[in-house]
Design a protein around this ligand. Structure first.
Ligand SMILES: NC(=O)c1ccc[n+]([C@@H]2O[C@H](COP(=O)([O-])OP(=O)(O)OC[C@H]3O[C@@H](n4cnc5c(N)ncnc54)[C@H](O)[C@@H]3O)[C@@H](O)[C@H]2O)c1
Length: 357
């Protein structure tokens, strides 16, 4: 790929959609989940830092960097829950992968679609270790942009094929139900969170609200279920009543970030939590009992985006679904950056001839 040093492969939204369609959403999610698991197994070799967040009254803009020593990746992502009222997405993102050896970017890609895919793949990976074995019914509260991706990942990776949907906006539920039609789900549209969780072995909360919300109250959570809490991912933005947290075994991505952003911001700073990578590497158990309530307090961590960037980068070679972006200044003599600009100003012989006519 990348023969000229100034060129960086760029995956536009259009190319990302083509990549997802050419691959198949289920296969994409399964393969992406495998990349995430692979990176969680080598967790200790990554640079880790809580993401760098810039908060405002309306939302947040965040940078999420990490490196495994060979490649460096970061994602720019926003979260603005009121955006949908004005025709914009709540979450948009783009990201970069770079070569640590020379610092040159090797991929620039849209990550709005990719974030939805990686969040869903991450949720399903966590549930593989934490949800009751053989679970087939999932309640999904919040039926916005992330929701179909979550549903398809749980079907592809765990075999979940019964969905119980609820959203405060019935049109969101109707859209989600319509988009998932014909994909092998039995779908029930519910009129409350309470109704949605009835009979569910897995409960996914994926709502957007910039405040402490209570999507689930303690009485809705019976023994033995797995909660996949995706929407609470910022200081002051949570979805679960605190009492649920006190009854659950809590699994997190990176504790220093989750304690700031996750459901556990409601708890004491030393409340015990388990790091998911330790479950994946077999150092600590995941689900250990039939009545245990497991909670994946998802906030989204940089390593998952790194896995997604790695996956897309690997797929480009075979699909060619990218553009060549003239992103990096590349003078013939590396130190002659200014001279390169001067040379660009000089008319070419052809232009000079045309001008003389
Ligand atoms: N953990 C992660 O890794 C991760 C990644 C991406 C997005 N997120 C978060 O997931 C959430 C959803 O993102 P999205 O892009 O789908 O947003 P979205 O705005 O497209 O959808 C959110 C949906 O939640 C519904 N909702 C709001 N309050 C509700 C309530 N009280 N009960 C039921 N439904 C309610 C809204 O009507 C809307 O349909 C956001 O909070 C986002 O920040 C987390």
């Amino acid at each position: 790929m990348q023969e000229r040093l100034n060129i960086v492969p760029f995956v536009s939204v259009d190319h990302m959609m083509k990549l997802v369609l050419a691959t198949g959403v289920e296969r994409f999610l399964i393969e992406l989940a495998a990349y995430i698991e692979e990176d969680f197994r080598r967790w200790e070799c990554f640079d880790k830092t809580p993401r760098i967040a810039s908060h405002s009254a309306e939302g947040v803009i965040e940078l999420m960097p990490t490196s495994d020593g060979e490649a460096y990746g970061f994602k720019y992502v926003n979260g603005h829950p009121k955006n949908t009222r004005f025709g914009r997405q709540t979450v948009t993102a783009f990201g970069v992968l770079a070569d640590v050896g020379n610092g040159y970017p090797i991929l620039l890609t849209e990550m709005t679609i990719l974030t939805a895919l990686r969040t869903a793949a991450m949720s399903a990976v966590a549930a593989k270790y934490l949800a009751p074995k053989g679970a087939r019914t999932m309640a999904m509260i919040g039926n916005g942009a992330q929701s179909e991706f979550q549903a398809i990942a749980f079907k592809a990776i765990l075999g979940v094929d019964k969905l119980r949907l609820y959203d405060i906006d019935p049109s969101a539920t109707a859209r989600c139900q319509k988009n998932l039609a014909g994909m092998g789900f039995e779908i029930t549209a519910c009129s409350s969170s309470q109704e949605a969780v009835e009979g569910a072995e897995i409960v996914t909360t994926v709502t957007a609200d910039k405040q402490y919300a209570t999507i689930l109250t303690d009485n809705m959570v019976g023994p033995g279920i797995h909660i996949n809490a995706v929407g609470g991912d910022c200081p002051g933005k949570t979805e679960l009543h605190r009492d649920i947290l006190l009854r659950s075994d809590i699994f997190v991505e990176y504790p220093p970030q989750t304690r700031i952003e996750g459901e556990i911001q409601q708890l004491d700073p030393d409340h015990p939590v388990t790091e998911l990578w330790k479950v994946i590497t077999g150092q600590v158990p995941g689900r250990s009992g039939g009545r245990q309530i497991t909670l994946f307090d998802s906030v989204g961590f940089a390593i998952e985006d790194f896995s997604a960037l790695r996956y897309v980068r690997d797929r480009l070679k075979e699909t060619g679904l990218y553009e060549e972006l003239d992103l990096l200044a590349d003078p013939d003599e590396p130190r002659d950056l200014f001279g390169m600009i001067l040379r660009a100003a000089k008319p070419t012989p052809v232009a000079a001839t045309v001008g003389a006519l």
